[in-house]
Design a protein around this ligand. Structure first.
Ligand SMILES: C[S@@+](CC[C@H](N)C(=O)[O-])C[C@H]1O[C@@H](n2cnc3c(N)ncnc32)[C@H](O)[C@@H]1O
Length: 276
């Protein structure tokens, strides 16, 4: 046993897509080699989840671990400091995120010390893929610094990939870019000239915010909620034509699954009014 009190030799960050049906053979094989899977439990600690939607992601991670016969080390997710303005940039915000990553790292190591001190190979499961709006790669870097462990990443199917597949679209026009952003930054990004955006980390009021922008009425929306789950919903069309239905469908997804996560592709028409 080392100075950090665990036998950790290798950490694996494994992308699991939107659920067990997306777990690749590569991820499956890697998972079977692991002695433990660390799963964060947001339910008790995170104000963003407590009392709201069921933590579906935790349930899915536990199910995948069980299907691969790997024991779960459940770790309470430390609360993140969400005080202050709803900005997603700036020194204070970044400081809060860095502190949160530090606290999460401590919780992982404490969980392993308490429940799986002999585990040499440990997995953490990334929802979708760890390359988008996910902190696991950053946590792995910190854990390496503290323990000297080796770590690697295996990709999963990301939510934008599933969205594109469901709507049978390419995320950008021929030879053009796509801008991936958050709902908090959406209108700043549009003001800065973005015309083709994948929007994630939506908020309960994001569809209302869209509806309140008449300048976006003719933009095309490809919207989906709960991709990969029983309550999955998808709608596409001009914003003004589909936004009301999307709001209803969002509630249907929540009622069916007990939680809701949604995202969309939003594109301005070209000079001929075309969106494809
Ligand atoms: C923290 S990010 C994680 C994304 C993930 N790393 C990926 O590869 O897509 C979560 C956001 O992704 C989108 N998302 C994740 N899962 C989704 C799903 N099943 N259906 C619709 N949107 C989803 C939502 O916008 C959600 O707020």
């Amino acid at each position: 046993m080392s100075a950090h009190g665990t036998a950790l030799e290798r950490l694996r960050i494994l992308g699991i897509g939107m659920g067990p049906q997306h777990v690749t053979p590569e991820v499956s094989d890697a998972l079977r080699e692991c002695d433990a899977v660390v799963v964060f439990d947001k339910s008790a600690t995170d104000g963003a989840h407590a009392g709201h939607d069921r933590d579906e992601q935790m349930a899915v991670r536990c199910r995948i671990a069980a299907e691969h016969g790997v024991p779960v080390v459940l770790v309470p997710d430390p609360p993140r400091d969400r005080r202050g303005p709803s900005q997603s940039t700036g020194h204070e915000y970044r400081r809060a995120v860095v502190d949160w990553h530090g606290a999460r790292t401590e919780r992982i190591l404490a969980g392993l010390r308490a429940e799986a001190p002999a585990a040499r190979q440990v997995a953490i499961l990334a929802w979708g893929d760890s390359s988008l709006f996910d902190s696991l790669v950053r946590l792995a870097g910190r854990i390496e610094q503290q323990t000297g462990c080796d770590w690697n990443v295996l990709p999963g199917v990301s939510a934008p990939q599933v969205l594109a597949a469901r709507h049978r679209v390419v995320l950008h026009r021929v030879g053009e870019p796509v801008h991936v952003t958050t709902a908090r930054k959406l209108f700043d990004d549009i003001a800065a000239g973005q015309r083709n955006l994948v929007v994630m980390l939506t908020l309960p009021h994001t569809l209302d915010d869209l509806a309140a922008r008449p300048e976006l009425d003719d933009w095309q929306l490809w919207w989906s909620a709960n991709l990969g789950s029983a309550g999955e919903q998808s709608l596409s069309g001009r914003v003004r034509e589909v936004i009301g239905d999307a709001k209803v469908a969002r509630e249907t997804a929540r009622e069916t699954d007990g939680w809701v996560m949604d995202m969309f592709l939003l594109r301005a028409p070209d000079e001929h009014g075309n969106v494809l």
